[in-house]
Design a protein around this ligand. Structure first.
Ligand code: ZN
Length: 315
């Protein structure tokens, strides 16, 4: 057997050791390919959100733009953010650091059974869910998730301009939006409307574009209390250009902050859900009205300066 030249062998060992160190250093990061250094100056205990963009079906090319936009939103509001496409992040320990998880254009079956169970426990413990666009094109066979996201994707016409009606402007994700909002995107039809207990924030005016099949109302963004946590969904966000739009970013920021329990705002009507298969828990409504907050409207003040929220009792 050939013996390696000692110098070469030393180098090889050093390289291996170095790789080992690197692996150890990377282990805590959930997605080596998408994680980036946190903005400087964030306290270690700053609230954190997880962005999950695993795809098992169609993959949106706008995912990197979405992650970049969420990183910018997080930096602006003093949040830590990690991004991953690894379902293994969905364990009790893996989710524990986060106040909310953003399903950013996920598609198909992205979580194994044990991972799904961990995510259900996360929401029941007061965690937040943010679903962006294809989050509704995800996990069709997981009833609990169907209830969480509120409605499943059915189909869509070609990308085109349309007019949206911001029917509820008393929510952090809509407070800065015009009552009539015209923009370009891929407009989803859903298999059903969200349950009556969900708070519809924005509807699509089907008379302003071709291919809408839901009639009126055609909800496209909504919020709800769900099984102990908060859920916010927007059907917007197919195109990369969306993530550069100031209004869309404000919409997304408000949804993230609300779902994470970092700002209050309207909460879904406490009416019990007459809904489908999807409502697994009779305790789905942690009656928000019980937590009147003076910070109900989004404010330009960085949230890190007003994080006294008793909203969800989660960290
Ligand atoms: Zn799309």
């Amino acid at each position: 057997m050939r013996i390696l030249n000692p110098t070469f062998r030393g180098l090889a060992l050093a390289t291996l050791a170095c790789l080992g160190l690197l692996a150890a250093a990377c282990a805590p990061l959930l997605a080596q390919e998408t994680s980036a250094p946190q903005p400087p100056g964030l306290p270690a205990d700053a609230p954190a959100i997880l962005v999950f963009s695993k795809t098992a079906g169609f993959r949106h090319s706008s995912i990197p733009a979405g992650i970049a936009a969420i990183r910018a939103i997080a930096a602006e509001h003093g949040l830590r953010v990690e991004a991953t496409e690894d379902g293994a992040a969905f364990s009790d320990a893996g989710l524990a650091p986060f106040r909310a998880v953003v399903f950013l254009n996920t598609t198909g079956n992205v979580l194994a059974a044990g991972q799904q169970a961990a995510f259900e426990r996360f929401i029941r413990a007061g965690g937040g869910f943010v679903g962006v666009h294809a989050a509704s094109d995800t996990e069709y066979d997981w009833d609990w998730y169907g209830g969480l996201v509120g409605a499943y994707f059915a189909n869509h016409p070609a990308i085109q301009d349309a007019a949206l009606d911001v029917v509820d402007r008393d929510h952090p994700s809509t407070a800065g939006l015009p009552a009539r909002w015209e923009r370009r995107d891929e407009w989803y039809n859903f298999r059903s409307r969200p349950p009556a207990s969900a708070r519809v924030l924005i509807t699509l005016d089907e008379s302003t574009y071709a291919g809408g099949t839901m009639g009126a109302p055609h909800p496209i963004s909504w919020a709800q209390a769900y099984d102990g946590g908060r859920s916010w969904y927007t059907g917007l966000g197919h195109t990369s250009a969306s993530y550069d739009e100031p209004l869309f970013r404000a919409h997304l920021a408000g949804g993230i902050l609300w779902a994470a329990g970092l700002t209050d705002g309207p909460t879904p009507s406490p009416t019990p859900s007459p809904s489908p298969t999807a409502s697994p828990s009779p305790t789905a409504s942690p009656s928000p009205t019980a937590n009147p907050s003076p910070t109900a409207s989004p404010s330009p003040v960085p949230l890190s300066h007003r994080l006294s929220l008793p909203l969800l009792g989660r960290r």
